[in-house]
Each structure stands twice: as structure tokens, then as C-alpha cells.
Design a protein around this ligand. Sequence first.
Ligand code: SF4
Length: 323
Amino acid sequence: MPDTITPPSLYDRVRRIIPPVEWPVFAADIGAILALKRARNAVILAHNYQTPEIYHCVADITGDSLALAREAMRTDASTIVLAGVHFMAEPAKLLNPEKTVLIPDQAAGCSLAASITAADVRLLRERYPGVPVVSYVNTSAEVKAESDICCTSGNAKRVVESLGAASVIMLPDEYLARNVAAETGVEIIAWAGHCEVHERFTAAEIRAFRAQHPGVAVLAHPECPPEVVAEADFAGSTAAMADYVGQHRPARVVLVTECSMSDNLALVHPATEFVRPCNLCPHMKRITLANIRRSLETMTHEVAIDRDIAARARRAVERMLAV
Ligand code: SF4
């Protein structure tokens, strides 16, 4: 049964995903985290790929990378805990240099962010002089510092077109770049980075979902290969997928993205059946209730960015937020 340390209403939020027998395992950490947040004047920002006990029970703000970057700027809290991967914690620090930004596990990285370095961007600029560089937020602060502007999967096309250039370099996700290229007249020069979660989906898999689950609405993330996006009914960021489900209320849906996204949305849309292929992000899953608790207890691991790199990276992020 639900633990008395935490408000019983919290268990109600997740009871359709977390069995009663498992709840006591989570409840002690949840109770401690709620108390620590008050004591530390802290907020927890959680990405849509975090597990339901984090997303629904301890997070103050949830969303995609863009929403987390925007909300990080609005909070009055003195400490921000980023329940997500490292490239998401850096913008929170860039936009709040005076605040303490913590990441519960420093090893929470990203295959995309790891695919490119600042030196690579400088080489691209030499090879394509004068061509603006658009960096996906899934990059390190060093790479953002070498870029003209950032983008997310939610605003990539708008950002590319806002530059008024005939060509842009878009990095590091090749598939996002190719998916944007299919929708714009701007020539896109892509880097060959991939997300290890989304690159695994195939067009044949999507056709199999349709055959096995008649009438299913297929929503794909634009980090998937273009042939997968072509098989989908809708392609968009995790926030756009959530909006789609809220607005269209499909009877059946498959979210072609990381597994926890379906768990989190299923809890708020009980009338929709979620078909759940599970491609798990090992980096996102490094964040747990236990290490969020430890992070707040010990005020670790603090995100720190070199002052010069931070100033240049902040410009690229702020320029995106202004689009
Ligand atoms: S889901 Fe893909 S892009 Fe997101 S953190 Fe994991 S590896 Fe990186």
C-alpha cells in the first residue's frame, strides 16, 4: 500500500503503472526529495523521457528540451536539479549563471552530443566559409559556443528559416537535418551524428505496428530516419507528440520514441491505448530517485561551464529562444 511519508494523492498519479507492491520502494525517496526541495529552495526539471515516479511524483516542471530551457529562466528557486542528460543541464546553467544547477549523475551523456566536438565545428566553418551553423540543443556547451544559433526538434525548421541564408550547417543529428531539409527550401549541410534510441526504428517496424494494431496513430520523433518519419501519421518533438494526443485523443497510438514517454502520457490519457515498443535511452535512465535524493542531500554534481565558453554558448541559446 502507499507509504504514509508521501501524500496518498501522489500514488494515485502513478497507480496504473506502478504496482502497489513496488510503491514503498519509491515512496521513501519521494518523501525525502519533497522535503529536501523545500529545505534547499530547489526545483526539479524533468525531461519527458524520465520514468513516471520521477516525472509524476517529484518533478516541478516537465517537458522537452525547449520547455526545460525556457522554464529554467523563469524559476525563482536558487537550485535547479536537472533530471535529464548533461546537455540539458548546461543550458539551465547558461541561462541561470547565478543559480546552482545540479545533475544527479555526471555520466548521463548522449550519443548525439558525443558525436561532435568544438574542433569539428571549426573545421566545418573552414570548409563552408560564411555558412551559418545551427546546433541542436543535444550538444555540449563547447559546441554551442562555436555555433550561430541553437535549435530543438520542436523549432528546427523555424530556426533554420529565421537565418535568411540559402544554406545552413545543421548538426549533429543527420536524420533531424534530413527531415528538416524535406520541409524547407534552405540547403542543409548535415553532420553524421545519430541518436542511439531513434536510429534503431525501421520503416518495416512501423508497417508491422499498423498490421498488428489496426487503426493505430503513428507519431514519430524527427530524430528517426526519414523513411520512418515517412511512414508516420505525424512527426514532431516530444512536446508536439503530447499535444497531438491531447488534441486528437486517438483510440490507439504508438509513440516512436523513448519508452518512458508512453508511460508518462498513458497516465494522463487513460482512454487511449498506447502500443509500446521499448527503445530505452541508457543515458536518461542513469537518473533515478535515489541519485536525485543524493544530489539534493550533498548538493552535487554542480554544473560548471568556463566563463568564455558560457558567454558564447549563451548567445546561441538566447538567439534560439528569441525566434
Ligand atoms: S534519447 Fe537519444 S538524443 Fe536523447 S539523450 Fe538519449 S541518446 Fe541522446
